[in-house]
Design a binder for this molecule. Structure first.
Ligand code: 26W
Length: 819
């Protein structure tokens, strides 16, 4: 054996697995099921990570270079075992080793519970970034919350979404509780003023309630590198002394347990909202708890180096994943001024050169605004600091735009509503040195709409774009091993997984008949696998040769799943009217949906019900057969995405132009050889630029026209598209269940002024779907589109994206990897 950080071979791996099953898990090999096999394999692989992890941390400390801290309330990691095995490059050994022990590696891997600490795009992006940071050897840490309950599990009962809790910590070998790494966090209390011996007024925040943050560390391995970075998640516990022994001793057990539970509530559950700000006090507590613990940790680490404060931002870059961690700006200013007694201006220079802010949405209802009275109550000192930041900022505004009251009102952190609210995005902009959007269109839009006046004030250079990306390790190599192997056989190895631009070389094989056949066979095999899963879970028989049309993402009106299902209804009505002869020319299609609705989002839940209502009718209509199927897959999550995405022929990314900041699943689908039907929105635009217009099905109005169209709707100047009218009439007839259920959904198109412009885009959507059918009939043409698209997807590796952040925003360099 060369070192502890390597399996000497298959036998060594097997020995380690068995040892863990028998000792760590205290299970007998004679009643070892897939669950125990998973436990043993995970612990054996984990040992390998831990050794590299320790060395990486030691190496980073010794090198003492600038580190990146990625603050995100969500990390949608999915499963870890397969990813670790692949990144350590021991998959073949693990398959053979487990096979000889009597287990199929796929069954073992699928025992793992998803780490589902996120809602959707933003959380998964954070997870992809961690993979890339480690793969590229950047010294980087993630900071988040250790929720006891991740995103709820979705069940479909009678066509409706029902939520059940996601308790995922039963057996989680991937986290290491650090009971020695804790931070006391204060809430409430009051601010007292004292005059110190030099006559200086000092403000002290005191008298509040204290909760303890306990670190839980998760190793993040890079692909084929020894670097293993750290993700630190904070759990809340009652602070020692706070847990009321008085009550406990006097026999009030319930009272004392209540106090304990109150503290633990902070990190108990992930808020299940995506793109909607509910403004709950507990959410603000989560934000401060996590931000304060993380900053304390970062400052503690910096202070160990005994450098002067002036060097803080040479050592530390902190990225804010949306506005959720914006209080970090205020907290660092508080630490520097109140605790470390720096001058305000010196402190503020340090703060602004440390932070970067990424915006992920322009939807007005998603922009966080906290009521001043709530912040006053919970964080009184922070409110004072926010007012002071605002005051100095507005003085600068007054200098640049003298006597311009409108400008002051537009730029103020405080919105003068009843009650006053704090605009977190404004605070994030003012406290950061760079602000970025996540796709070109989105970055342009934030500059010309929600942040327009900030561009006028700061000039355009503070605002930039970093187009999102995905990790090809998880989204190609792990999710689609057959395709990854085929590509590697043509490109001479797996180097492309670290340099995705190498995919371009696939173009050379466009006329290689055998290669093209292998390519399409793999797609078919992935479709067969999904069809089998659908049969098992939904009882619906889907023909694997049908065109698989997939829309999986959070359910939201702006993403327009309703337009998709309206289109399905129209298709159904058309087929019903066709003669048998006409039907012979049709391409059979399976429409596959998946995604969760926020529990309080009534309209989204209605859309799910309609999809299922349509499915019930269509799938049971003997007259339709294979020509049309409608499937709603329950509980869409990361591990299901890994199975679903490789099986798509076409996927739908059909948001109203200007509403989807980027989208990242669009990239995943194309990278797996699927084509896209989509609008000119988010990263669809850049995907088109890279792969060529001939390889994507674009339709619909462009962002520029959206305001005018909405205006026309509000003034009643839009006739509903007649095809859409026909669809609405059919729904109203009660064919898909009591029409009352859908009344609200349908009235959003009329009295609701069709805010998402379904009516305006419906006809071009249908026309384009017809083009998709025609294209699919030409098997060779379709294969050519599929392969040439994949060949041109290099740009969308999140490695490219992370290098852009490192150069333009963080100013950090990779470390040479340790031995
Ligand atoms: C405060 C409530 C709330 C919760 C989550 C507001 C906003 C969010 C997220 C920012 C929503 C989100 O996930 N946005 C998505 O971010 C992805 C990664 O950049 C983009 O690809 C998606 O287009 C965007 O919707």
């Amino acid at each position: 054996k060369l070192s502890a950080a390597e399996f000497a071979g298959k036998e060594d791996f097997q020995r380690e697995v068995v040892r863990h099953i028998e000792t760590t898990l205290a299970r007998s090999l004679y009643n070892c099921d897939d669950g125990a096999a998973y436990g043993g394999a995970a612990l054996a692989v984990r040992d390998q990570l831990v050794i590299r992890w320790n060395k990486t941390q030691q190496n980073q400390t010794i090198r003492d270079q600038k580190r990146v801290y990625y603050l995100s309330l969500e990390f949608l990691m999915g499963r870890a075992l397969d990813n670790s095995i692949l990144n350590l490059d021991v998959k073949d050994m693990a398959r053979d080793g487990m096979g000889e022990l009597g287990f199929r590696i796929e069954d073992v891997i699928s025992q793992e519970h998803d780490a589902a600490l996120g809602n959707g795009g933003l959380g998964r992006l954070a997870a992809c970034f961690l993979d890339c940071l480690a793969t590229l050897n950047y010294p980087a840490w993630g900071y988040g919350l250790r929720y006891k309950y991740g995103i709820f599990k979705q069940e479909i009962v009678d066509g409706y979404q029902v939520e059940t809790p996601d308790y995922w910590l039963d057996f989680n070998p991937w986290e290491f509780p650090r009971h020695d790494v804790t931070v006391d966090i204060m809430f409430y209390g009051h601010v007292n003023q004292y005059t110190d011996e030099n006559g200086k007024v000092v403000k002290v925040w005191e008298g509040g309630e204290i909760v303890k943050a306990v670190a839980h560390d998760v190793p993040i391995p890079g692909y084929k590198t020894n670097t293993v970075n750290n993700l630190r998640l904070w759990a809340s516990q009652p602070a020692s002394g706070e847990f009321d022994f008085q009550k406990f001793n006097s026999g009030d057990y319930e009272g004392s347990i209540r106090d304990q539970q109150r503290a633990e509530t902070i990190s108990a559950v992930l808020y299940p909202n995506d793109n909607i700000d509910a403004g709950k006090e507990l959410r603000l507590k989560q934000q401060y708890f996590w931000v304060a613990a993380s900053l304390h940790d970062i400052v503690r680490r910096f202070k160990k180096t005994h450098r002067p404060w002036s060097e803080f931002s040479d050592q530390v870059a902190i990225q804010l994943n949306d506005t959720h961690p914006t209080l970090a700006i205020v907290e660092l200013q508080r630490i520097l001024v109140d605790v470390e007694t720096l001058h305000w201006d010196e402190a503020w220079d340090i703060v602004t050169s440390t932070f970067g802010y990424t915006n992920h949405t322009v939807l007005p209802e998603a922009l966080e605004k906290w009521p001043v009275p709530l912040v006053q109550h919970l964080l009184p000192r922070h409110l004072q600091i926010i007012y002071e930041i605002n005051l100095y900022f507005l003085q600068q505004v007054e200098k640049k735009f003298p006597k311009n009251r409108e400008m002051l009102r537009n730029l103020s952190i405080i919105e003068e509503s009843q009650p006053q609210v704090i605009r977190m995005a404004f605070l994030a902009i003012i406290g950061s040195h760079k602000v970025n959007g996540v796709a070109e269109l989105h970055s342009d839009l934030i500059k010309s709409t929600i942040f327009k006046d900030f561009v006028a004030f700061y000039g355009p250079d503070k605002f930039t774009n970093v187009t999102n990306g995905i990790t090809p390790r998880r989204w190609l190599h792990q999710a689609n091993p057959k395709l990854s192997d085929l590509i590697s056989s043509k490109l001479g190895g797996y180097e492309f997984l670290k340099d995705l631009s190498q995919l371009e070389n696939l173009k050379k094989f466009l006329n290689d008949k055998e290669f093209v056949k292998d390519w399409m066979d793999i797609k078919l095999a992935n479709k067969v696998r999904l069809a089998k899963y659908i049969k098992e879970t939904n009882g619906i028989a889907v023909n694997p040769h049908a065109l698989f049309d997939i829309q999986v993402k959070r359910i939201h009106e702006y993403k327009r799943q309703q337009m998709n299902i309206f289109g399905v209804i129209y298709r159904y009505l058309q087929i019903k009217e066709m003669s048998l002869e006409e039907r012979k020319n049709l391409v059979p299609r399976a429409f596959i949906f998946g995604g969760k609705a926020a529990p309080g989002y009534w309209m989204a839940k209605t859309i799910i019900k309609l999809i299922n209502g349509v499915g019930d009718v269509v799938n049971n209509d003997k007259d339709i057969g294979d020509l049309l199927k409608v499937v709603f897959l329950e509980d869409y999550n990361v591990s299901k995405a890994e199975m679903i995405i490789p099986a798509s022929d076409i996927s739908e990314h059909i948001s109203t132009a200007g509403t989807e900041a980027s989208g990242t699943s669009n990239m995943k689908f194309v990278l797996n050889g699927g084509l896209i039907i989509g609008t000119m929105d988010g990263a669809n635009i850049e995907i088109t630029r890279e792969i060529g217009e001939e390889n994507i099905f674009l339709f619909g109005n462009v962002a520029e026209n959206v305001e005018d169209l909405r205006h026309a709707h509000r003034f009643g100047k839009v006739e509903m598209d007649p095809k859409l009218k026909k669809v609405c009439d059919t729904i109203n007839s009660g064919l898909f269940g009591d029409a009352n259920i859908y009344a609200g959904l349908l009235s959003s198109l009329t009295t609701g002024c069709d805010y998402y412009l379904v009516s305006d885009d419906f006809s071009s959507y249908l026309t384009t779907q017809d083009l998709v059918d025609e294209a699919f009939k030409d098997k060779d043409g379709w294969a050519e589109k599929s392969i040439s698209s994949v060949a041109l997807m290099g740009f969308f590796s999140a490695d490219r994206c992370i290098n852009e952040y490192a150069d333009m925003i963080w100013n950090v360099e990779p470390l040479p990897e340790h031995k």
